[in-house]
Design a protein around this ligand. Structure first.
Ligand code: GTP
Ligand code: MG
Length: 299
């Protein structure tokens, strides 16, 4: 008898900076979600599909679990809940290289609330002493009934294939939901904005808190050229020179780093135009949040 096909939704959840987006990219084998060393990089639900001969796992990357203060943060947590509502299985990602804290208990509370069947990925084992691993596994298995616990390094794609096997085995039997060449549901326009935002964060993160956003104003594709016009949004007048830099050097750097990556997605050539704009308190504006694609389906 032929082996059954497994297919289902997997919610990837965890604290900010745990490595969820790095992991979804490793699982899918494509960059579907941007990654930076700053917490709260991911702001909505990012879908990424991993296809194997006998399985299709539909992963949902989500913003880091935190207590929300601004409207933006409330929306971000709404995306976490949407993913948990929809999942067949939950993958909790923990940064094992930092010590256990209140935020970890808060994440576990959320799993309990959803009575979520969960697998635990203890990530960043490349950056920790191996002797800390067993006590940590012990601690987590006392706190929650995980189906399995995997030490992994998402960055070095260590343990990722075994993790994927364990996941797909636990997905319901059924036909694939998406065609085999489909790996994300993000519109190209949004993806372009995310790449610009990644470079913006990477170049300004020491000076700017998580207060910046990128809005794609226009996206025009033709055979030879993709023209993208995006606005870098900051909250205060004093943040504008940080983004622009001396003699415009920094914004130029952001633009050229983004363009190199965008040209791989939209070959052969991308023309990228960036502007900086101050939008006071945009993180509490429903209109701004919706325009940025951070408005959840329920919010
Ligand atoms: N050493 C090490 N670093 C990692 C690993 N996985 C992720 N990182 C780093 O951790 C940082 C955060 O990674 P992300 O994937 O953006 O984390 P996230 O959980 O998606 O973060 P938010 O979107 O802010 O919730 C980045 O600097 C990654 O390079 C790993 O296995 N080992
Ligand atoms: Mg992320």
């Amino acid at each position: 008898m032929a082996e059954p096909f497994h297919c289902g939704f997997v919610a990837i959840v965890g604290r900010p900076n745990a490595g969820k987006s790095t992991l979804i990219n490793a699982l899918v084998g494509e960059k579907v979600s941007i990654v930076t060393p700053s917490p709260q990089t991911t702001r909505n639900r990012i879908l990424g599909v991993a296809n194997r001969p006998q399985a299709q796992a539909v992963f949902m990357d989500t913003p880091g679990i935190h207590k929300p203060l601004s409207r933006l943060n409330q929306q971000m947590m709404a995306f976490v809940r949407q993913a948990l509502d929809r999942r067949d299985l939950t993958l909790l990602v923990v940064d094992a290289s930092v010590s256990f804290g209140k935020g970890d208990l808060f994440a576990l509370e959320l799993l309990r609330e959803y009575r979520a069947r969960s697998i635990l990925a203890l990530n960043k084992v490349d950056a920790m002493r191996k002797t800390r691993l067993l006590p940590l596994i012990d601690q987590y298995s006392k706190l929650y009934e995980f189906e399995e616990i995997f030490p992994i390094s998402a960055l070095q794609t260590e343990g990722v294939e075994d993790l994927l096997d364990a996941i797909t085995q636990r997905l319901p039997e059924g036909q694939p939901l998406f065609p085999p060449d489909f790996y994300t549901d993000q519109p190209e326009r949004f993806l372009a904005g995310e790449i610009v935002r990644e470079k913006l964060i990477l170049n300004t993160r020491q000076e700017l808190p998580a207060a910046a956003a990128v809005r794609v104003e226009s996206f025009e594709e033709s055979d030879r050229l993709t023209r993208i016009h995006a606005t870098l949004i900051v909250e205060k007048e004093s943040q504008k020179p940080i983004v622009i830099g001396a003699e415009g050097k920094r914004i130029k750097q952001i633009g050229s780093q983004a363009r190199i990556e965008l040209e791989r997605l939209f070959p052969p050539k991308v023309f990228l135009e960036l502007y900086v704009r101050v939008e006071p308190d945009w993180r509490n504006s429903r209109q701004a949040i919706t325009a940025l694609n951070y408005g959840s389906e329920t919010g």
